[in-house]
Ligand binder design. Structure first.
Ligand code: AMP
Ligand code: ZN
Length: 142
């Protein structure tokens, strides 16, 4: 896609700090470095978000996540954990509309990353949980 910043990075039209590349994916340092080594893994094929992936491309991209994860772990032995984040659509904090996976190494509780998982268990009866699960199950592509 001509007007996509990540396509331009993949095509070397704008610079990046490359971490890994093969025929299917490109991985490079996120310019903000939420934590040291914060890396983005992107498919070379332009897809906007998770909803656009064909199964083959999804397999190719997601199969490479552990490869980059292990490289980070080896590069930074002081790393104590890794958050893998994929934002989809503006409300969910997607700001670049070429799908990408964030790999964010964690070094301690006071590093510059946080995420909040609320707990709303009390608001859902087992019947409503079952209803929600069935509603989703009906929509899963066969
Ligand atoms: P998201 O907000 O999930 O869409 O993530 C997009 C990420 O791309 C942000 O974390 C930005 O810091 C990062 N980003 C944007 N432009 C560049 C660039 N030219 N080089 C590296 N990272 C970038
Ligand atoms: Zn693109």
């Amino acid at each position: 896609m001509t007007d996509c910043i990540f396509c331009k990075i993949i095509n070397q039209e704008i610079p990046s700090y490359k971490v890994y590349e093969d025929d299917k994916v490109y991985a490079f340092l996120d310019i903000t470095q939420v934590t040291k080594g914060h890396t983005l893994l992107v498919p070379k094929e332009h897809v906007t978000d998770i909803f656009e992936y064909e199964p083959t491309l999804a397999g190719e991209v997601f199969a490479r996540v552990p490869k980059v994860a292990r490289a980070l772990e080896k590069a930074f032995p002081e790393m104590q954990g890794l958050n893998i984040i994929n934002n989809n659509k503006e409300l969910a904090y997607q700001s670049v509309f070429h799908s990408h996976i964030h790999l964010i190494p964690r070094y301690g509780e006071s590093d510059d990353f946080s995420i909040h998982f609320g707990n709303n268990q009390a608001a859902y009866s087992s019947e409503s949980m079952q209803e929600i699960a069935e509603k989703i199950m009906k929509q899963v592509e066969q």
